[in-house]
Design a protein around this ligand. Sequence first.
Ligand code: ADQ
Length: 478
Amino acid sequence: MSSTPERKTFDLVIAANRLPVDQVVTDSGEAEWRRSPGGLVTAMDSVMRDQPGAWVGWAGEPGEPPARFDQGGVHLVPVGLSEDEVHLYYEGFSNGTLWPIYHDVIVAAAFHRDWWAAYQRVNLRFAQAVADVAAPGARVWVQDYQLQLAPAYVRALRPDVRIGWFNHIPFPPVELFAQLPWRGQLLDGLLGADFLGFQRQADAQNFVRACRQLIHAETRGGTVAVHDGSGRRVRAAAIPISIDFKGLEALARQPSVTARVAEIRESLGNPKVLMLGVDRLDYTKGIRHRLKAYQELLAEGQLGPPDVTLVQVATPSRERVAAYRQLREDVEQRVGRINGDLGVMGFPAVHYLHHSYPREEMAALFRAADIMLVTPLRDGMNLVAKEYVTCRFDLGGALVLSEFTGAWHELHQAFACNPHDIEGLKQTILRAINTPAPDKRRIMRALRRRVADHDVQRWASRFLAALDAAPARAEGGP
Ligand code: ADQ
């Protein structure tokens, strides 16, 4: 522990792989911290408004971490990662081992003992930083798959605090989870928490089943008994994440966004049907399947430019991991082939954009799109689906949504698809295009109601209420 005098402590501590800020260099050449525009940040704003909190996370650059600082009412506690640790803990164990296992092994997972060692080391470092800033009896909220050992490490250091963990990605069926050579340690790490939140009921059930089958824990309903002599029971339940409905809708209604919608459509030649895909360039998102279905629809003459066009926005992602580089090559090759074979002069069949965009531009794109294609092979939630319906206050547009997303479990009225079934996906796209406007408006109204009633602020308060109500209390706790 650091010996800094007058160390500040907080009643609420968030731990996430990344801090909610990015360092940017201003026009005058000075480095400054800017808030990153994620949903988690917005959710935490709503809970930290009433009580000051701390956020423990990596600042995004390898090397010595910057000193702690306050920004936007949050006390930021940077955790340092060496260049090696970024490779072993983040790109390696988190994204080369856990990510594929937790997403149905769409690509093969790799198992390396030095990745695991770094994962343990980094999780312990996060736990130490949490233990250092947590006030007596504080609530600690750990985020996501990169930090599955942190709950037990925090408990060992600070048995007085209450610990929650939320999994943003799926939790795999036990048959896949069982492949992990360190499966028992991962379960024990999570069982350090009092409450575990998941996107879907099935994810919570998968976790409970893994505890029963792999570490022979006694389970009852959604709770797991911990064999550490404390008599604790850990509860696992679904609390699906959402978005800032009011904030995003207000942005989408801005006159500047409305003007941009017209500009976007105009720049694409005012197509009759504008289809849109927006994803991190990740193999879980089903971008290849989507392009294949679209390519076949064009080749068969069912659709075609200039009447129809597809805009595919693909945010650069994890480019140092081999499977992601391969995916980028595949997608870009297919886009090239579709445009080469099926585009017409001045009207490409696919507009492929490998960029990140500001929120205003995303809102304008959502408003401009007649058909939104969300076709992941597996996705914890998929916020893009919720963002799309939020921006469609005009009740226009249609959402094609994969059954393998968490979002589909809430947005049943969407045009559901199985992206593995290319023929079925093609039919669903045609149905979404051809359904009469009044029916589409009715569907959109229902989808919007669901997201409006279950926004990210409600998600955060439900999670914290579940954490407070969880049955467990460590011995010696308050
Ligand atoms: P992601 O896999 O990153 O999140 P998603 O939920 O769709 O997936 O969120 C992506 C976010 O990035 C959205 O807010 C989207 O608008 C934004 N975005 C995408 N492309 C962009 C671009 N080019 N420019 C700017 N913004 C862009 C993980 C899990 C999901 C889960 C979330 C939250 O994989 O399943 O929904 O966490 O829990």
